[in-house]
Design a protein around this ligand. Sequence first.
Ligand SMILES: Cc1cc2nc3c(=O)[nH]c(=O)nc-3n(C[C@H](O)[C@H](O)[C@H](O)COP(=O)(O)O)c2cc1C
Length: 189
Amino acid sequence: MEIIDVLAICGSTREKSFNRALTLAARDLAPDPFRVEVWDDHTGLPHVEAAPGRPFPAAVGALRDRVSRADILLLVTPELNRNIPGRLKDIVDWLSVPAPPRPLMGRPVMLMSASPNRFGGAFAQLQLADLLRRAGAEVLTDLDVTVGSAHRHVDDAGNLVGEEPRHEVAQLWRRLLARTADGRQAVPV
Ligand SMILES: Cc1cc2nc3c(=O)[nH]c(=O)nc-3n(C[C@H](O)[C@H](O)[C@H](O)COP(=O)(O)O)c2cc1C
């Protein structure tokens, strides 16, 4: 089976971030034929600016190209004030600028989130899904993961150790694979 290229972006750069732990677990638990690469160039990315006709900053152009090549985009979001953090909004806004290549247009996107409360970032996911749909992405809303009480599932070294969320992540890949294999969902765009 051909490799399914997944680009993962986490909306937190905090050391021992719960969402980063979830992102790395999603990468490590992905079975063949998924290959998950974690994008991490947060410091290189400027804040979004509306500058029609002006070339994209190099880091933005590189990110837009990379997302355009991915079969699936995986966005892992913290929840701040029931919304996504500004850095993730910047990323989605840069990706949504309607210049070729249109990285989000028709792109399958999976969402994950982790937070210390019992909702696990579900409100942020709703906001993110809305934003992505507006940019033309195909949000795989039935293939999401929310990790509530995240402090109980991430160890001091920043690893996702909770059995339940790890099982949920592994299960998600299996469900996506089953769907891909039986052709109900064409993953590559
Ligand atoms: C300003 C602020 C607002 C927050 N608002 C929410 C919230 O609305 N819902 C929630 O579940 N957690 C909220 N939190 C807690 C974050 O989920 C928590 O800090 C989490 O660890 C951030 O993700 P990270 O560990 O991946 O960096 C908030 C935290 C801050 C600092």
